[in-house]
Design a protein around this ligand. Sequence first.
Ligand SMILES: Cc1cc2nc3c(=O)[nH]c(=O)nc-3n(C[C@H](O)[C@H](O)[C@H](O)COP(=O)(O)OP(=O)(O)OC[C@H]3O[C@@H](n4cnc5c(N)ncnc54)[C@H](O)[C@@H]3O)c2cc1C
Length: 302
Amino acid sequence: MNWRKELLHILRTPPLLEEPMSRHTSIGIGGPAECLVFPETRTELRNVLILVKQFKLPFFVLGSGTNLLVRDGGIKGVVLSLSSLCSNYDFVDRTVIAGAAVSLPVLARKSLERGLRGLEFAVGIPGSLGGALYMNAGAYGSSIGKLVQEVEIMDYEGNLSLRPRKELEFSYRRSTFQEEKVIILGGVLQLTPGDRAELKSLVQKNHRERRSRQPSLPSAGSVFRNPTGLAAGKLIDEVGAKGLTAGGAMVSPEHANFIVNAGDATASEVLDLIELIRKKVRSERKIDLELEIKIVGENSRE
Ligand SMILES: Cc1cc2nc3c(=O)[nH]c(=O)nc-3n(C[C@H](O)[C@H](O)[C@H](O)COP(=O)(O)OP(=O)(O)OC[C@H]3O[C@@H](n4cnc5c(N)ncnc54)[C@H](O)[C@@H]3O)c2cc1C
């Protein structure tokens, strides 16, 4: 039995086969996903998970692809997009209830329009709510984890559950979800009343600052985690790696912790730069840089 044919029976939206992941990542790089699925209901999602288990298929959950490097050989098995299932949001009193596929900057802007404080740090963080919860995305000393009231998940067996705040742990770019095999379906964020004008000017200030220090070329966000008490970008700059290139990939001249796609870069070129940076920082500063971006997929397809 062919699992791809089976998927056609399970899903209303036909899966995309051999879909270039360069179309689904902010850096615009990545080989093909063997099968990219867009379930429209929870039942469809559960049936996909049953099939994944039955055929022992590799499985990957995609958000908006803004912290992701997909290797040139692409991703085998099933890649899940929640964009047809978890794209709604609603404000109830001082909370926002939102699906995992909702854009974080949209949620942040809508909160500000309502005079609700909490998400102002997130206006410039591209990506989905699900990706932000998984990564505990943050900026300016705030992060999404601090706002979480509860998160709805489905485990890989298809079981749904609501995880209250007290069961969840968030720290610098880490969340409970990174230790578990779960799909984040959505969450409830607690906001507080604020002054619209004050929030607006804070957001404008953050935006200006971001524009001046972040690259304009496509990237996957910060490549490395900041070592305790240090800024990865500053370290990379100090070892002279700013502006280095490998093919079409370049260490951003604007912010050294970003690698940009300066034109037709491949994942292997980005990986070469990552290794080069690591070697330089290790030999000159005796520090092992840890990755923040998630790297997935195969180097090549047999
Ligand atoms: C220009 C630029 C600026 C950025 N600035 C910041 C910043 O200031 N602060 C910051 O924290 N980040 C920043 N980022 C990184 C990125 O935007 C965040 O990490 C974002 O939260 C990732 O969300 P995503 O939906 O794109 O996730 P993806 O990149 O698609 O996925 C990231 C990880 O989350 C997992 N995941 C995604 N959705 C789900 C889900 N529903 N269920 C389970 N797992 C899931 C994926 O499997 C993957 O492991 C920046 C990126 C760019 C390109």
